[in-house]
Design a binder for this molecule. Sequence first.
Ligand code: NAD
Length: 354
Amino acid sequence: MSAFWTEPDFDDHELVQLVHDRASGLTAIFAIHSTHLGPGGGGTRFWHYADPAGALRDALRLSKGMSYKNAMAGLPAGGAKAVILADAGRRKTPEMLAAFGDAIEALGGRYVTAEDVGMGEADMAALARRTDHVSGLPVPEGQAGGDPGPFTAKGIFLGIKAAVAYKLGREAMDGVHVAIQGTGSVGGGVARLLAGEGARLTLADIDAPRAAALAAELGGEVVPADAIMDTPCDVFSPNALGAILDDSGIARLNTPIVAGGANNQLARAGHGAMLAARGILYAPDYVINAGGIIDVTLEYVARRKGETCSVEDVYRKIDEIPGRLRTIWQESETGGGSPDAVADRMARALIGRG
Ligand code: NAD
């Protein structure tokens, strides 16, 4: 058996910890990549892994991604992630959540959790009964916090507009054709904002009725999930799965722009260069999809000071996303490498690992 710190995904993580609570059956992994800019912020994933090594890989990879995302969003937060290893039936009990809350508390604030796949607002509220180091809690309307999805969607919408202006020289979205993969919380929100400005939509979801219902509401077209990446369009917006931009995925694209919210869209680092070689402008995922983490981090920071933060403050910070993307694209064009490489370099400098 090899040591985890020899894994390719290990990147000088500050802490990697396994937590097991016999009584509740909780097994979880904490990975804190960096606290250079503040407490390690990042969601908890509740997932069944056929191979537990996959859970460790996820924790290592996702926590590093959070360091980059939080740094590039200008947040006072480092990067971390937790993974709870669910059983095949993905049973989640109050006892398990209580034990997990205690484990977060034991880290003394070095890790601040939020929602991720398999964890919702109600789970955050349950954790908050055991620890203060939780974000994304239900909040009154008008205050930062709660469901990060709509804030993520807003940042992506602004990023798509910036990409369309940068690459196509079009300032208005009227008639711009956007193909959206995944019509859930994020993809659905992006579609609504785009429709509000007259964009033409093609939608796809493996949950076909979900895409059809959204198309009926907004007036878009629907294609089967396996056809969306071939759709000729002005913007391809991935808002479902990661690792879709691999050799064959990139070869299928029929678009000048890829800009969407899915995490870890590039299957490997080299795929960013492959997109650039095809003349496709790429919006680095962790830069364009930071709206949600901006929301919950500002909520947490305000609550720790006994204050509240308004959604207007969250939107002001989300408004910085397009400018950040433009800086990346300009540096890329002037010899800095592909946009993902430029973003990674900027992020590493910000966390003191330049
Ligand atoms: P969600 O579960 O609400 O929606 C995802 C949708 O994608 C679902 O409708 C699902 O049926 C669909 N889908 C899954 N596989 C598909 C496929 N192969 N083709 C087409 N559709 C498919 O999730 P979400 O919160 O909207 O998140 C979407 C993506 O954005 C994820 O990669 C997530 O990690 C990322 N993200 C989300 C947030 C957030 O605030 N929710 C923040 C940052 C990044």
